[in-house]
Design a protein around this ligand. Structure first.
Ligand code: NAD
Length: 503
């Protein structure tokens, strides 16, 4: 399964910083040992390793940003902020449109890089390139529609004018699970609004973020506006940026514990935060559901991205009249999926991101079995290299099993049966998370009633996939604050300015 890109990156890593031999993928290789600071590629003092989850082997080493690099990136962002904010919206819109087109031109290489970094099947990586590019297209269309109002003060004696202004330098911290779209979902609105930015990708997926940095520069993002800081020292880089005082926006996507910590830190300088955090999505199947459609939706909501998705169906809450049929159907569908390296053409399910993730999910499954759950398929860690875990279905899972309480982030589907709508909704809402929920029913009244009662920012009704750049994505409760995408996404990067004008 050795891919020419992996071979070239591995050779480059062996050759060491600044001495690169690979020919076939010069673009990807040339940037890998460098930081991108405000328009210039800089060789860093240190590097860190990137591992291929399908083999457990290091295939690249990447520049490691420190606090000094972070402050220089912020110098560049702060210096460019005023002129960037003053750039014509159409110009910023055109840059986003070009970036969208370049993502399509470079789709193959971008997809291969992400599969090497985080393991999922290549076809899914190509899907993510398209999804990620759509955020650039959507916000290229929104960039020219940021407006304000003209109001008459109630006394009639003056006018209230409002406009939206970019807030200022933004720090964009992203997870490894969707390495491209989690970046473009922030970069798109930041460019559209006129904020300068510093991107800090996850440790596992720095190469794709660097490739995006290069792409955005090629699309015309001016000097100073954008930096990409891969780092193995996230707290050090983050502390330096927040303590500095010039940072004005912190947009974070990742786990709830890290988000909570960053919110506390941001409070010290009253920095505006957007938090896209962990989920624990309930997937409700009522006795009046189209069961085939529910099973199709369940496979999509569970298995997309190998289950490593914040919107993955985490708990299947099924009416007892259809629970057995649903469990048998899901086990049949999931056991037919082929597990393998993401670059193999026949692979439908890739490895998990790292050894810790694999061992953690094995622990969740044994905990459920010890508490009396029934194993319907999977459940056994395969021998051999790579961090593989098979698609697994558990039924009769008790409410106190860890697999029901924690975010699974793996291809494991726990099912529990309930007698009625009321108990299903109560079970669904019995979590601190509130990102997304799914409900399958053919009754329109029930669909709306349940949709309103579920405590989550998003609800899929007879749909296993809700993500769309045109829709407001985000959570309630401990799943976060703020929305990305939709008309709402740009608001995270602008603030309302009010002018009182005497007549
Ligand atoms: P994570 O919280 O471990 O890391 C996210 C980012 O935070 C990474 O860039 C990491 O380097 C950085 N980070 C970690 N500790 C830090 C610290 N102390 N200071 C500063 N930065 C720090 O999450 P992950 O494992 O990369 O991603 C998986 C999590 O992300 C899951 O919980 C998933 O649900 C969530 N997620 C949420 C959404 C959403 O839109 N709500 C989307 C994708 C993923």
């Amino acid at each position: 399964t050795d891919d020419p890109l992996r071979t070239d990156l591995r050779e480059a890593a062996r050759a060491g910083a600044g001495n690169v031999r690979g020919e076939r993928h010069r673009e990807a290789i040339n940037m890998e040992n460098r930081l991108y600071i405000g328009g210039a590629w800089e060789t860093a003092k240190a590097t860190f390793d990137v591992t291929d989850p399908s083999t457990g082997e290091v295939f690249a080493s990447v520049a490691d940003a420190d606090a000094d690099a972070a402050v220089r990136a912020l110098d560049a962002a702060a210096a460019a902020q005023a002129s960037w904010a003053a750039t014509a919206p159409r110009e910023r819109s055109d840059i986003l449109r070009r970036a969208y087109e370049l993502m399509h031109e470079r789709a193959d290489e971008l997809a291969r890089i992400t599969t090497l970094e985080m393991g999922r099947p290549l076809a899914e990586s190509k899907g993510e390139v398209v999804y990620a590019a759509e955020f650039l297209r959507w916000f290229s269309e929104e960039a020219v529609r940021v407006g304000g109002e003209y109001r008459v003060a109630p006394g009639g004696d003056y006018r209230i004018l409002t406009t939206r202004q970019p807030i200022g330098p933004a720090y964009l911290v992203t997870p490894w699970n969707f390495p491209l779209s989690m970046v473009t979902r922030k970069v798109g609105p930041a460019i559209a609004a006129g904020c300068t930015m510093i991107i800090k990708p996850a440790e596992a997926t720095p190469l794709s973020a660097l490739a995006l940095g290069r792409l955005l520069t090629d699309a015309g993002v001016p000097e100073g506006v954008l930096s990409v800081l891969p780092t193995n020292h996230a707290p050090e880089v983050t502390d330096a940026l927040i303590a500095d005082g010039r940072l004005r926006v912190l947009s974070f996507t990742g786990s709830t514990p890290v988000g909570r910590k960053l919110m506390e830190q941001a409070a010290s300088k009253v920095i505006k935060t957007t938090m896209e955090l962990g989920g624990n999505a309930p997937f409700l199947v009522f006795d009046d559901a189209d069961l085939d459609a529910a099973l199709d939706g369940a496979v999509l909501a569970k298995m997309r991205n190998t289950g490593e998705s914040c919107v993955a169906a985490n708990r299947f809450i099924v009416h007892e009249a259809v629970a057995e049929e649903f469990a048998a159907g899901l086990a049949e569908r999931l056991s037919a999926l082929r597990l393998g390296p993401g670059l193999d053409p026949g692979t439908q399910v890739g490895p998990l991101v790292d050894e810790r993730a694999r061992d953690r999910v094995a622990g969740l499954v044994s905990d459920a079995l010890e508490r009396g759950a029934t194993l319907r398929t999977g459940g056994k860690t395969p021998e051999g290299p790579g961090w593989f875990y098979p698609p697994t279905v558990l039924s009769d899972v008790p409410a106190d099993a860890r697999v029901m309480r924690e975010e699974i982030f793996a291809p494991v589907a726990p099912i529990a049966a309930f007698p009625d709508e009321e108990s299903m909704i109560a079970a669904a809402n019995d979590t601190e998370a509130g990102l997304v929920a799914y409900a399958y029913t053919r009754d329109l009244n029930r669909a709306l009633r349940v949709g309103e009662a579920l405590e989550s920012g998003m609800v899929g009704i007879n749909r296993g996939l809700v993500s769309n750049p045109a829709a407001p994505f985000g959570g309630v409760k401990e799943s976060g604050i703020g929305r990305e995408g939709g008309y709402e996404g740009i608001d995270e990067y602008t603030e309302v300015k009010y002018l009182a004008v005497d007549l």
